[in-house]
Write a protein that binds this ligand. Structure first.
Ligand code: GAR
Length: 203
């Protein structure tokens, strides 16, 4: 696959600031070994879909509500990704836990960004703002973000990159969430996408 760019699909559910960070990194050349070929949202109202449209990237809505089972929903996701010849799947605020059927179909080809330093504040139930609420409730002084491979264990795959962020006096979950995004997620996610795409095209 040398001389080509890896085809990247970004799976989203909400605001899509991490998707935006990947789009911007592809424009600025930080991501050089991959191109965003497809955005998939499970939520038809996700603002991330507008970000994809603004960047001229094809997008699809595949919603659980349109399928009678989680398994059929995953079949639809798998078919869409396979039909587009996707090399790397990036979960960027994708609020669906994927089963082993999905994760083993794309073994070592799915990465996720999580807003804590795994193994703290991760696993089922730890997503979005809840992660920062839990970090503040525990009183940790340092938190951060992690990019990791996705396997059948929620937030349990091999770690690719992490970055620490300081908690400050008086932080609210919202303030902390934003600092973790700006200082960690929006940096290590694009860097990880480049790293993995580079290893895909050179193998
Ligand atoms: C991000 O903070 C991401 O790390 C988190 O949801 C937010 C999505 O924001 N993901 C998880 O909690 C996954 N367990 P975004 O839609 O603006 O990128």
């Amino acid at each position: 696959m040398n001389n080509n760019k890896a085809k990247v699909a970004v799976l989203v559910s909400g605001g899509g600031t991490n998707l935006q960070a990947i789009i911007d990194a592809a424009k600025s050349g930080i991501i050089n070994s991959g191109e965003i070929a497809l955005v998939i949202s499970n939520n038809p109202n996700a603002y991330a879909l507008e970000r994809a449209a603004n960047a001229g990237i094809e997008s699809k809505v595949i919603s659980k509500k349109d399928y009678t089972s989680a398994s059929l929903f995953e079949d639809a996701l798998i078919a869409e990704l396979d039909n587009n010849g996707i090399d790397l799947i990036v979960l960027a605020g994708f609020m669906v836990i994927l089963s082993e059927k999905f994760t083993s179909h794309f073994a070592d080809r799915i990465i996720n960004v999580h807003p804590s330093l795994i193994p703290s504040f991760c696993g089922e139930g730890f997503y979005g703002l809840h992660v920062h609420e839990a970090a503040l409730a525990k009183g940790v002084k340092v938190t951060g973000a992690t990019v990791h491979f996705v396997n059948e264990i929620p937030d349990g795959g091999k770690i690719i990159m992490q970055k620490a962020v300081e908690v400050q006096e008086g932080d609210t979950p919202e303030v902390l969430q934003k600092r973790v995004m700006v200082e960690a997620e929006w940096k290590i996610l694009p860097a990880s996408v480049e790293k993995i795409c580079n290893s895909i095209i050179n193998n």
